[in-house]
Write a protein that binds this ligand. Sequence first.
Ligand code: SAM
Length: 353
Amino acid sequence: MQDRLTDLAIGNILSNAVNIGYRLNLFKAIAEISSPENPVLPEQIAEKAGCKERYVREWCNTLACGHVLEVNEEEKFWIAKENLESLTTDNFALIYNAMLTTILRPIDTLIECFIKDGPYGLDYAVYSDFEEMQQMFAKTTSEGYVVSSMIPDVGHGIQEKLETGIRVLDVGCGGGLHVRLLAENFPNSKFVGLDITEKAIEVARSVKKTDGTDFKNVEFVVGDAGNMPKSYTDSFDLVLLFGSCHDQMRPDLCMLEVHRVVKPDGWVVVTDVDGSSNVHTDRETFGKMAAMKYGGSMLHCLPVGSNAPDALCCGSMWGRKRAVALMNQCGFDDVEVKAMDYSPGSVLYIMKK
Ligand SMILES: C[S@@+](CC[C@H](N)C(=O)[O-])C[C@H]1O[C@@H](n2cnc3c(N)ncnc32)[C@H](O)[C@@H]1O
């Protein structure tokens, strides 16, 4: 086990170094000025990235020893051709390393949360750049499939309805990435994005169309999903929750409200982290990714969803069984559950009022 623990510590250090490289554009700097035939000194990388040579040198040394960067006897560095794309373009694995700093920021308070008389949980405000990182994360995951694969997969004529023009609510919309994707592709439909944090809505309101112009079919509202405006009753044809159900302290109140605001013949679609509600099964099913899923929940989703005495403390790995039970309890008798093959490890819950 001690070897294993040493490997874990090394992995942790390398992950932090990757995060530093991502945030300071150091990988992009190396990629731009070096090649296997033309390796460069840390001072050249530092100059290109606007950083201090001494720090960049230690960063290069660390990642070269971790076989993330290449180094020669003259202590010059480059990125191997086969690693260029992974280290210089936004992708799930790279962003996850960067996201870890964001979710680990309140680690001391999180440790206190474990203690019997410690705080219930964590407020979103303690993650200073959560909204931006969440958007970055959602972009690398959702952008490639929401319109092209997920909406057709939901079925029930929803794509056609979106094309014709319907009223859609995105609950827990965060920085508005999904609203932007859908509003741009379905200009005849009208979208409302609702989120409890001012910061998320501030980020969402700054969102523009790809051509830089303002949306005409989008509105963002600060609000509690467990207590939505009275005027919303029976007013949405489609209600969407992208990974935002388990994060709430009272997802039951939210789903009761969703039941109220969706039209009598309307649809509700919830995306979530997939799990079976049994850790033994999840470890078999998801292999090494299971630890990432449960770990992400432990570090972020559980504490934000536990931050009140009456919180349900779901965590993102609450799983299909518990999620469906809660949806049933909130009036959705028939919940269709579908693995999202185009987004491995995610699940869709589709239901009608
Ligand atoms: C994991 S993030 C997902 C954000 C967004 N849907 C996405 O996929 O990028 C969960 C979001 O739920 C929001 N949230 C949590 N509790 C809420 C509540 N009671 N009412 C509305 N939004 C809430 C958080 O502020 C956060 O933006």
